[in-house]
Design a protein around this ligand. Structure first.
Ligand SMILES: Cc1cc2nc3c(=O)[nH]c(=O)nc-3n(C[C@H](O)[C@H](O)[C@H](O)COP(=O)(O)OP(=O)(O)OC[C@H]3O[C@@H](n4cnc5c(N)ncnc54)[C@H](O)[C@@H]3O)c2cc1C
Ligand SMILES: NC(=O)c1ccc[n+]([C@@H]2O[C@H](COP(=O)([O-])OP(=O)(O)OC[C@H]3O[C@@H](n4cnc5c(N)ncnc54)[C@H](O)[C@@H]3O)[C@@H](O)[C@H]2O)c1
Length: 470
């Protein structure tokens, strides 16, 4: 029986970074993957394919060719799914190669098969041809999640599907209902709308992306409506089914019945109301670890489950369930497991959020609503891209950046941005916040010109001028 210092279950971002970290510490590591490909949701069904699809949609439709060169020059008028898929596949293949070569270079042993615990230190790997039992001193569970698929929804891959199957669509539909205005539903609604699909987005709460600063959310929702996306907010879907329609040539449509009595019909429906863990098949009862009703694990600040030598990281431990945070959790879990406890500069309240909608949205720190609720006095400094030379050059009329500044200390409490490059721009604010910087930092420092980073300076002036009543 082979023995390892550490066994890692899953090759998504949490498993990958955990495995490489363990190898860098000189440990003997095995990583187990049940899929036929590496990379988990990040590479195969989630982050990378959805972002590749977004880039392809923006490029092929010419949406990101604005500014001095006119509004939208259509690069390709007849976009096929094959056009879109070829871009995604190319990126995905490259990512597989990168992971594989990282494992090889660092002597991480890759075992293909489904892992299941047999006892607290033994795992059986159900491989494609045979099974093998292996043992280790430490374990990292990084098995991720899958889309929620309630039994009463008649999923059929072709017209009623989740975010896993949307990538396999063989044609671009004319119309789509998107159920769920969380990150997945909103990002795909934007991508599809950019491609000319008529989208109706249904969200149970009274606004999309409920964690965003209200002002940014309002600007985003206004923009979506301008782009003819129909928003049905505060509406819950009660029943979804296929119906035969007789007008013209008989054809089948998807029908969503809302609790309010409205009936929506479209060629396709994307169901994106959250994700579900996959711990049920891991044999955790043999180890003495329990999971919650969505099959997620509870861990302490060091990513240990209730059993000391079994760690868990990534989506399987729930919020914030991002590729970015999963990587870091995996790395930190392994560092702790092998006594390398360097937890300096790990401020979870400064995690950034990047939403790859069209346009991009990003935030770090607190929202206006949170600060008000907590009784923290602040002023908002705002810069619109249209007042910044770079904003005019790229023709982004909507973009804005908002700094939330403490009224007395002038510390930066939050940064909220929407528009071109928002997910990159946010890191300037994040760094300044992490180093305890104040609004004056942006005024006293020179930035490249013309850049979108100038927004920080303009927003700082705007906020401080309001505070100084000038
Ligand atoms: C559509 C979509 C878009 C997203 N976009 C973004 C984004 O833009 N930015 C961002 O930061 N995050 C994004 N995410 C979230 C991100 O993909 C996840 O947070 C991340 O992939 C979680 O990593 P993980 O390592 O926990 O799990 P996963 O990536 O889910 O990987 C888990 C792996 O474990 C394997 N596994 C499961 N059970 C077993 C078993 N018993 N034995 C062996 N192997 C097993 C699975 O096959 C899988 O390969 C997106 C997600 C989706 C669905
Ligand atoms: N850019 C990114 O970072 C990114 C992109 C995509 C996904 N992700 C991650 O993937 C995970 C899953 O995302 P998600 O969007 O599936 O889940 P989610 O939980 O974020 O959102 C689901 C939404 O569906 C709504 N909803 C639930 N039932 C409904 C019903 N019957 N009718 C109408 N609305 C209903 C909820 O109110 C909620 O807003 C999240 O953790 C997210 O962070 C991140």
């Amino acid at each position: 029986m082979k023995h390892y210092d550490c066994i890692i279950i899953g090759t998504g971002p949490a498993g990958q970074k955990g495995a490489i970290q363990a190898a860098k510490l000189g440990k003997r590591v095995a990583v187990i993957e049940k899929n036929s490909v590496l990379g988990g949701a990040q590479i195969n069904t989630g982050t990378i394919p959805s972002k590749a699809l977004r880039e392809a949609a923006l490029h092929l439709t010419g949406v990101n060719r604005r500014g001095l060169f006119g509004n939208t020059t259509c690069v390709k008028s007849d976009i096929t799914v094959a056009d879109l898929a070829s871009v995604s596949q190319q990126v995905i293949r490259q990512e597989w190669d990168v992971i594989r070569s990282q494992f090889d270079r660092n002597h991480v042993e890759l075992l293909w098969g489904r892992a299941e615990f047999q006892s607290p230190n033994e795992v059986i790997v159900h491989g494609p041809d045979s099974s093998e039992v292996i043992t280790a001193d430490q374990f990292l569970i990084a098995v991720g999640t899958r889309p929620a698929r309630p039994e009463n929804i008649p999923f059929n891959e072709g017209s009623i599907f989740t975010s896993d199957e949307i990538l396999k669509l063989d044609r671009l539909p004319r119309t789509m209902i998107v159920v769920g205005g969380g990150v997945i539903g909103t990002e795909y609604a934007c991508i599809m709308s950019t491609l000319g699909v008529r989208v109706t987005l249904v969200e149970g709460r009274d606004r999309l992306l409920g964690f965003l600063d209200r002002e940014i959310c309002d600007a985003f929702q206004y923009f979506l409506r301008q782009k003819s996306v129909t928003l049905r907010l505060g509406e819950k879907v009660e029943e979804i089914k296929e119906v035969e329609v007789q007008n013209g040539t008989p054809h089948t449509l998807v029908q969503a019945q809302l609790e309010s009595g409205k009936t929506l019909r479209a060629e396709t429906l994307l169901y994106a109301v959250g994700r579900q863990g996959v711990c049920g098949a891991l044999g955790l009862d043999k180890v003495g670890i329990e999971f919650d009703d969505r099959e997620r694990l509870h861990v302490n600040d060091d990513y240990q489950t209730n059993v000391e030598h079994v760690y868990a990281a990534g989506d399987v431990i729930g919020f914030p369930a991002l590729a970015s945070t999963s990587m870091e959790q995996g790395r930190r879990a392994i560092c702790h497991a092998f006594g390398q406890c360097d937890v300096g500069n790990y401020n979870t309240s400064l995690f950034p959020y990047g939403i790859y909608a069209v346009p991009e949205i990003s935030m770090v720190g607190k929202t206006e609503e949170q600060l008000t609720e907590e009784g923290i006095p602040f002023e908002a400094g705002i810069a619109h891209y249209r007042e910044i030379a770079r904003g005019q050059l790229i023709g982004d009329e909507l973009g804005m950046l908002k700094l939330l500044i403490h009224q007395d200390t002038h510390e930066i409490l939050g940064v909220h941005t929407i528009g071109t490059g928002a997910t990159e721009l946010i890191h300037i604010g994040q760094a300044v916040m992490a180093l305890g910087g104040k609004a004056q930092f942006f005024i006293n420092n020179v930035f490249n010109f013309p850049t979108l980073a100038e927004c920080y300076k303009v927003a700082a002036y705007n906020g401080l001028n309001k505070l100084n009543h000038v």
